[in-house]
Design a protein around this ligand. Structure first.
Ligand code: URA
Length: 250
C-alpha cells in the first residue's frame, strides 16, 4: 500500500516537534524544501541572518535578559525544556531571601517540596534548617534552591539531561543573587556547579571557587542533609563545614 500523505505529514510534524521546532516564524507559509526560497518578509529581514538558532540558544538570550530573580522565576515557570515538569505538581524555584549572602544548592525537590512548591521543606529540609540555626542563620539569611526545579518521579536522581536543561537558569540565578558564599549540598550539586566528577567525600571541607560572571565566589561542598539523616555519624563532618561557612560570612 502506498504511504498516506496525511500520515507522512503527521510523522514529519512530529519529528519537527521532537527537534524543538514548535513555532511558525513567518506570516506566509512557504516550502523551505523548494529550490528557491521566498524573499524574507520585512519582519524577518530585521532578524539576524545565519542558520536557525536552536531553542536552547533562544532560551539562553531570554535567561540573560532576566533582570531579577522574580523575572527569572517567571521564565522557569514557562520553560518546557525539562521533562520533569510533565510529572511534577509544582515548580520549586527557591526559598529564602533574595538579598541573602549565603546561597545553598541541593539536588532535587522531593515529595514534600513538590506539594509545597518550595525547596527543602521536608525531613532533609528540617535538618538543614537546624544546621543553619546552629551557626545563627535562619530563612531570612539564606537563599536555597536545587539543581533541578521539579521533582523527579519517585524521587529518583535527576538525569544529566535534566540537570543540563536547568543549568542555564541556575547559573543566572547565582548571578542575580550574587552570593558572598555558595554551599553545594551533596554530590549532584557539586557535579553540576563545579563540573567535576570527584566524589563528595573528597570535595567537601575545603574552599573551592565558582566563577560567577568573572567574580570568584568562595564555594564549599558539603554532605547532603538526606545523607546525614541516613548516616548520623557523618554529622560531625558537616558541623566542621558549617563552621567554615560561619567564619566566611563573618
Ligand atoms: N533534597 C534536595 O536535594 N532538595 C530538596 O529540595 C529536598 C530534598
Amino acid at each position: 500500500m502506498p504511504p498516506s500523505p496525511v500520515k507522512e505529514t503527521e510523522a514529519m510534524l512530529e519529528w519537527y516537534r521532537a527537534m524543538g521546532v514548535d513555532e511558525a516564524v513567518g506570516e506566509t507559509p512557504f516550502d523551505c524544501f523548494a529550490a528557491e526560497a521566498p524573499a524574507p518578509s520585512p519582519r524577518k529581514a530585521a532578524a539576524p541572518s545565519g542558520p536557525a538558532r536552536a531553542p536552547t540558544l533562544l532560551a539562553g538570550n531570554l535567561i540573560e535578559a532576566a533582570a531579577s530573580l522574580a523575572e527569572l522565576e517567571a521564565l522557569v515557570a514557562g520553560f518546557e525544556g525539562c521533562v520533569l515538569k510533565r510529572t511534577a505538581k509544582s515548580l520549586c524555584f527557591a526559598r529564602g531571601s533574595d538579598t541573602a549572602r549565603l546561597m545553598l544548592i541541593g539536588e532535587a525537590p522531593g515529595r514534600d517540596e513538590d506539594l509545597q512548591g518550595k525547596p527543602f521543606v521536608g525531613r532533609a529540609g528540617k535538618l538543614l534548617d537546624r544546621m543553619l540555626a546552629s551557626i545563627g542563620l535562619s530563612e531570612e539569611h539564606v537563599y536555597i534552591t536545587n539543581t533541578v526545579y521539579w521533582r523527579p518521579p519517585g524521587n529518583r536522581t535527576p538525569t544529566p539531561e535534566e540537570i543540563e536543561a536547568c543549568a542555564p537558569f541556575l547559573a543566572r540565578q547565582i548571578e542575580l543573587l550574587d552570593p558572598a558564599v555558595l554551599v553545594l549540598l551533596g554530590g549532584a550539586a557539586a557535579k553540576s556547579i563545579l563540573g567535576t566528577s570527584e566524589g563528595i567525600m573528597r570535595l567537601r571541607g575545603k574552599w573551592l571557587s565558582y566563577d560567577c560572571a568573572g567574580r570568584a565566589v568562595p564555594t564549599l561542598a558539603t554532605l547532603h542533609p538526606a545523607y546525614l539523616l541516613r548516616n548520623p555519624e557523618a554529622k560531625r563532618l558537616a558541623w566542621r563545614d558549617m563552621l567554615m561557612v560561619k567564619q566566611a560570612l563573618s
